[in-house]
Design a binder for this molecule. Structure first.
Ligand code: AHM
Ligand code: MG
Length: 321
């Protein structure tokens, strides 16, 4: 009998967390169904309004947000949630003492949907310290995360999670995620660098030097090829399995980087570290950053230990925004 996500999490981390991750997984199955028939159901394209971060919401962003928010909102163990698509955290006033808060990007990379490229759902689970409210609990450092999870909607739909004891991968088989691989390890170094090279001209020159060094082999001793999908989950998942490095530097347009700390950078940094990789904002470990507000952004350098360490050394002397 294949092992389900619920069984795996329950066995290793107990029923409380298993119920939360299972609710997310069940919501992801619904999102996957919406994505699979998107071209037929008139749900591609923009919804006609922007989220609080000034980005065009796609119709499927809105649909995925509703599906995840409803599933998580039903859990008696969840005190509040933070979604990329909501202006403010949602606090469940009826259960201020519930143990968990859940932070998520319902559909990351959604601007790629019209061209049928992989998209993802990214989730972070924090435990509420006794005596704190849900918003304070949501604003803890990433090092305090109880669990991190992402779903990669692609040729196969995969769910990858960590709750601090390794990284495990599940494949969607009809309506259930079943265990595909336990204890994934990110190679110590790998063949690819991944970033939007169009942004380099308006980034810190130290990033240009680091990328040149990755390309010509002078940074780590190995030459790196280029891979960039422009959908974070697709670029991260490749980096997890094959090794290498993903970078989203600060730019003129996004002086603090583009990716959001709490529900993009932080959960994937937890996964990366649990798989033997590393993640930094160029100066500090991502998991040590303390968010000032729910939608805060961060520069991100994430991937194999060798590449992240070499790029960090190169960035160490560069000025901070
Ligand atoms: P989104 O959360 O609005 O979808 O934006 C995040 C996405 C990531 O998936 C991806 O890594 C990045 O934006 C790509 O940005 P760019 O198009 O600037 O390269
Ligand atoms: Mg996103």
């Amino acid at each position: 009998m294949p092992t389900t996500l619920f069984q795996h999490v329950q066995h290793r981390h107990g029923s409380g967390l298993a119920e939360v991750l299972q609710a997310v997984a069940a919501a992801a199955v619904q999102v996957e169904q919406a994505l699979r028939t998107a071209g037929l159901a008139d749900v591609l394209g923009t919804a006609g309004y922007e989220n609080i971060q000034g980005e065009q919401q796609q119709k499927l962003d809105v649909i995925a947000n509703e599906i995840l928010s409803a599933a998580i909102g039903k859990l008696p163990t969840v005190a509040g949630l933070v979604s990329e698509e909501d202006d403010a955290p949602v606090v469940f006033a009826a259960r201020p003492d519930a143990p968990y808060v859940v932070l998520f990007d319902p559909l990351d990379g959604s601007s790629n949907l019209d061209v049928n490229v992989n998209v993802g759902t990214i989730v972070s689970v924090q435990t509420r310290p006794a005596g704190t409210d849900a918003v304070t609990a949501a604003l803890q450092a990433g090092s305090q995360q109880t669990a991190a999870l992402y779903v990669n909607y692609g040729p196969s739909t995969l769910l990858v999670y960590t709750a601090g004891r390794g990284v495990h991968s599940f494949t969607l088989s009809s309506s259930e995620f079943v265990l595909a691989a336990e204890d994934l390890r990110m190679p110590a170094s790998g063949p690819y660098y991944s970033l939007n090279e169009g942004n380099l001209a308006e980034s810190d020159p130290a990033y240009t030097s680091a990328v040149a060094g990755l390309r010509d082999g002078s940074l780590t001793g190995d030459r790196h090829g280029s891979r960039y999908v422009g959908s974070f989950i697709a670029d991260f998942h490749r980096t997890l399995l094959k090794g290498g490095i993903f970078l989203y530097p600060p730019t003129k347009k996004n002086p603090h980087g583009k990716l959001r700390l709490l529900y993009e950078a932080s959960p994937l940094s937890f996964v990366a570290e649990q798989a033997g990789g590393a993640a930094t904002d160029g100066q500090e470990r991502i998991l040590d950053l303390l968010p000032a507000e729910p939608h805060v952004r961060t520069p991100l350098v994430i991937g194999s230990r060798v590449e992240v360490s070499a790029v960090s050394d190169m960035l160490a002397g560069s000025p901070r925004e």
